[in-house]
Design a protein around this ligand. Structure first.
Ligand code: NDP
Length: 451
């Protein structure tokens, strides 16, 4: 049986690799899902006969376009923009925009594929998409970022819309960039619609959207711990990243009485054995969000901390880990190091931060491991609620949104737990998320026939 399953997976993946050459991140994301879904489909032939997984792994469309803009010195610059619309079986395409020099088609196809399952898990009517550009906002003036965003939207507007495709932020795209893009969309189309989420509160944004991904990843962590009668209180936590997801994850860990030991950026990580408390965290939010500085400055400001150049925080002994920076930031070696140092649970705030070999290490050790498509779905869930508020032209109260976020994360955990629970009591949340996320989209696709 195992040999047959492996063969099926290998031949399926060979087809994916042949059709998508030079796209390793996309192959990785598809393999991770296919490894669980293919065996599950063995006695559910209707999904196989309709080629559902093959169709899900072929984006509905990939749009790529030139983005020209002028820098402050008057030089003409050209970047490449993308929108990957992966699947809209259960709702309009939905997923963030990433501005980072590493952006390419492989990374955006992996993110759009993952997003399809994640959005399905939220229980809200959202399909999966992702986009962005190989533009680096670091070191650019506000004027340069504005001109880039306007040029980007001058092409993107043809492909998005409140019932078609609703992008949001991601790495390098925060409130400033969303504001510039929304302004340009409105100018071109003469329409005020909820075409983007993550908007400012003054023009249709939702309270709780900035907090939602980081808070949600901690709620998921908490739910996993509760299945073993444990809690965050009193536990030490290693967190990577120092952007939107990482800082709000750290904030919620502090609310729950945990101790945050590390944060990082692409330059390295800081380790503060005294703990990064609320005051220090506020300083970091200002450093990264307003002054756009480097995390290394933290160690200069707080002498209890050390800075580790070009390193990741996974060698620091901790009870819990929250990778919240970027993809493939936990290797198998990092995973072993976390286990050896006593880590009992990992909740992925970033998208696909653990390499497949690292995931295997965690699953073999049977620690609590919350995969990104479940653990970080709080952000898109809140975006979904921003869409409904925009459509209803009515803003919900903060308490109501807080309650809904908690309820949605609890629901995601319950769905993953039900589909991932094994006979020996261990819950494989990776399998649970893959199967629960797949089934809803697959059933909708079956209903549509061959389209
Ligand atoms: P931000 O741009 O706010 O922050 C990203 C952080 O990660 C920064 O600290 C950045 O460091 C660091 N980082 C980026 N690239 C690398 C790299 N190659 N190596 C090491 N560190 C890196 O992004 P977000 O916090 O929004 O996103 C973080 C992750 O969470 C991403 O994987 C994103 O896809 C995912 N995510 C985000 C959601 C959201 O709501 N924002 C929703 C769901 C998932 P530096 O400052 O040096 O660039």
């Amino acid at each position: 049986m195992c040999a047959k399953r492996c063969t099926d997976l290998d031949s399926f993946m060979q087809g994916v690799a042949d059709r998508n050459p030079g796209e390793p991140e996309f192959h990785q994301a598809v393999r991770e899902v296919a490894a669980d879904v293919i065996p599950w489909m063995q006695d559910r032939p209707r999904y196989q006969e309709a080629q559902i997984l093959e169709r899900m792994a072929e984006p509905d469309r990939v749009v790529s376009f030139r983005v020209c803009w002028a820098d402050d010195a008057g030089n003409i610059r050209a970047n490449r923009g993308f929108r990957v619309q992966n699947n809209n079986a259960i709702g309009p395409y939905k997923g963030g925009l990433r501005f980072h020099p590493s952006v390419n088609q492989s990374i955006l196809k992996f993110l759009a594929f993952e997003q399809t399952f994640k959005n399905s898990l939220t229980g809200l009517p959202m399909g999966g998409g992702k986009g962005g550009a190989n533009f680096n906002p670091k070191g650019k003036s506000d004027g340069e970022v504005m001109r880039f965003c306007q040029s980007f939207m001058t092409e993107l507007f043809r492909h998005v819309g409140d019932d078609t495709d609703v992008p949001a932020g991601d790495i390098g795209v925060g409130a400033r960039e969303i504001g510039y893009m929304f302004g340009q969309y409105k100018r071109i189309t003469n329409q005020f619609t909820g075409v983007l989420t993550g908007k400012g509160l003054e023009y249709g944004g939702s309270v709780m959207r900035p907090e939602a991904t980081g808070y949600g990843a901690v709620y998921f962590l908490e739910n996993m711990l509760h299945t073993r009668d444990q809690a965050i209180e009193g536990k030490s936590v290693a967190i990577s990243g120092s952007g939107n997801v990482a800082t709000f994850a750290a904030e919620k860990v502090l609310h729950r009485g945990g101790k945050v030991l590390t944060l990082s950026d692409s330059g390295g990580f800081v380790h503060d054995p005294d703990g990064i408390d609320e005051e220090k965290l506020a300083w970091i939010k200002e450093l990264k969000g307003v002054r756009r500085g480097r995390i290394s400055e933290y160690a200069e400001r707080f002498p209890s901390a050390s800075f580790h150049d070009k390193a990741r925080p996974w060698s620091v002994p901790c009870d819990l880990a929250l990778p919240c920076a970027t993809q493939n930031e936990i290797s198998a070696e990092d995973a072993k190091s976390l286990l050896a140092n006593g880590c009992v649970a990992v909740s992925e705030g970033a998208n696909m931060p653990t390499e497949i070999a690292g995931v295997d290490v965690f699953l073999e050790a049977k620690i609590l491991f919350g995969p990104s498509k479940a653990a970080n779905a709080g952000g898109v869930a809140m975006s979904g609620l921003e869409m409904s508020q925009n459509s209803a032209r009515r803003a919900l109260q903060p308490d109501e949104l807080r309650r809904l976020l908690r309820e949605i994360m609890d629901g995601i955990h319950a769905r993953c737990h039900e589909a991932g629970r094994q006979d020996d009591g261990f819950c494989n949340y990776v399998r649970g998320a893959n199967i629960a996320g797949f089934k809803k989209v697959a059933d909708a696709m079956l209903a549509f026939g061959v389209v």
